[in-house]
Design a protein around this ligand. Structure first.
Ligand SMILES: Cc1ncc(COP(=O)(O)O)c(C=O)c1O
Length: 509
């Protein structure tokens, strides 16, 4: 991490050394800076650390990176999370270093991390066929500089697919291919700012990092609008004076609500009245288990809604493939912003995806994965019902994650930290709240875990609940906290073999 490109920056009054050139992940670098500050006495016992959002904005990293660093330091005992959502230095320089604290806490053995597709099921063979085919057949000019919208083959295939499956109203010329939703939202925010927009509304809570960071650097104010079980509160949105709103109407992230037909109509009336833009993040609509899919909002008002999709949940985030269906009056500006950003996405990947879509391989992959994810979701729901009935799962009908609300006597932070000490990765809703307080809840991603591992994880969670309830934590012993082998031995050889399935990739045939 040392080197000429290492920068010391003040982030929310904390001096953090960050290098984007080194091998060390960003969250590890932030951890190291704070740990050093505590060890040297620069950060004294009882000092309150700035909110993760502030540090993330100052450093230009996603909030998840800072949350991960804080969680690690809490697990190591350097920091403590206080009710009310703030974090304090838990030890003085005289109490460090102790041999125990200098040993890094391992990554969770069972990790309900959300937002992940099971990339071990990536359809490698079918993708390879598509790559091979397009490499042989693509005309030479596809290897030159391309339009900011993307290759025509992919825009045609996407428009066909989205109109057929998601009920959009898309022409190939309305489509702009991006490197994932992250870039798509950045391009949109940029275009909005250039056109004089001042305020961007987002759902509260939401996975707002992508939108929030670019909005802040483009000078747009971000306002959070609370969601209830039916999605965003349109009555509150109405009072925000926003120029655009980012929504996840098919499966609110993270709470899983579906925006009701009535609310959809109300949002569209709001957009039409204000001349505002609705950005529809349709991030996981393909995975719907118990009810018929709900068509995209874009199909109802293509002049007011940008549809945003991504291959990150359906195929793999590493592909960095995303797409926007943009109202006609904005599409040239968005395509120009894409050219200015990176001269266009990689042509071969776009052509391969176009081939994959138009040959029905994407549909086949989704048909194959839906029952896999459904079984994992069912295992999670059964385990929660049997072993943690005090938790209330919501938003279970779709996607790759669910939220379980906690009863008032179970503090969210205490649960997350106690679970981490037992090698269980569960994640709170609070870090994703913008300004609206709300009930404590845990987000469970289930897509990458086998059914047996899910059941085992929820058994550990049941012990965590008892520990937090007793108010007299009996943290696991050193072996359990710091030795991966110790935990696996206790869980048994079968679980160990099962866990191996979660870790090592399987190939499709
Ligand atoms: C709410 C939400 N939208 C969109 C995405 C997709 O982002 P990207 O395409 O940049 O990987 C994710 C991925 O986790 C997400 O959680």
């Amino acid at each position: 991490m040392a080197g000429s490109r290492t920068n010391s920056r003040l982030a929310g009054d904390l001096l953090i050394e960050l290098s984007r050139a080194g091998d060390l992940p960003l969250h590890r670098q932030i951890e190291a800076s704070i740990r050093d500050g505590i060890r040297s006495g620069r950060l004294r016992l009882g000092t309150s650390l700035p909110p993760t959002r502030t540090i993330a904005a100052d450093l230009g990293v996603s909030r998840g990176v800072v949350v991960e660093a804080y969680q690690q330091l809490v697990a190591e005992g350097y920091l403590t999370s206080r009710t009310g959502g703030y974090t304090q230095v838990a030890i003085g320089p005289e109490s460090t270093p102790t041999p125990v604290r200098s040993v890094p806490v391992p990554a969770p053995r069972i990790d309900f991390g959300y937002g992940r597709a099971d990339v071990s099921n990536f359809p490698r063979v079918a993708w390879l066929r598509s790559i091979r085919r397009v490499l042989i057949e693509a005309p030479n000019d596809r290897f030159g500089y391309l339009s900011g919208r993307g290759v025509p083959e992919l825009r045609e295939a996407l428009a066909d697919y989205l109109n057929r499956v998601r009920g959009t109203s898309a022409r190939p010329d309305d489509v702009v291919v991006s490197t994932g939703y992250a870039q798509g939202i950045a391009l949109l925010v940029q275009v909005l700012a250039q056109s004089g927009a001042k305020r961007l509304a987002v759902e509260d809570p939401c996975a707002d990092d992508d939108a929030r960071l670019v909005a802040a650097s483009a000078g747009l104010e971000v306002v959070g609008v609370p969601v209830d079980q039916d999605g965003i509160r349109v009555d509150v949105l109405d009072r925000t004076d926003a120029d655009a709103v980012v929504l996840t109407p098919s499966h609110q992230w993270p709470t899983g609500g579906v925006l009701s037909a009535e609310s959809r109509a109300a949002v569209l009336r709001w957009a039409s009245r204000r001349g505002a833009l609705v950005i529809e993040d349709d991030y996981d609509a393909e995975y719907r288990y118990d009810r018929a899919p709900i068509g995209a909002m874009q199909g109802l008002a293509p002049d007011h809604v940008v549809y945003a999709g991504s291959a990150s949940k359906t195929l793999a985030p590493g592909l960095r493939l995303g797409w926007l269906v943009v109202p006609r009056h904005l599409v040239d500006d968005v395509a120009a912003a894409k050219i200015a950003a990176d001269r266009g996405s990689a042509a071969l990947d776009q052509l391969a995806f176009a081939d994959f879509l138009s040959r029905g391989e994407f549909d086949r992959h989704l048909r194959r994965m839906r029952p896999v994810y459904r079984r994992r979701r069912d295992a999670l729901l059964t385990a929660l019902r049997e072993r943690a009935p005090e938790l209330e799962p919501v938003g279970v009908a779709a996607g790759l994650h669910l939220v379980a609300w906690l009863p008032p006597d179970l503090d969210e932070n205490a649960m997350v930290n106690a679970a981490a000490r037992r090698g269980l990765g569960v994640y709170g809703v609070a870090p994703y709240r913008i300004s609206c307080a709300g009930d404590g809840g845990l987000i469970f991603g289930y897509a990458t875990l086998s059914e047996r591992t899910i059941t085992e994880g929820i058994s550990i969670l049941a012990a965590v609940i008892s520990e937090v309830r007793s108010g007299d934590p009996h943290p696991p012993g050193r072996g359990e906290r710091f030795s991966r082998v110790g935990i696996v031995e206790r869980a048994g050889a079968a679980a160990q073999a099962e866990h191996a399935n979660d870790v090592y990739p399987r190939r499709d045939s």
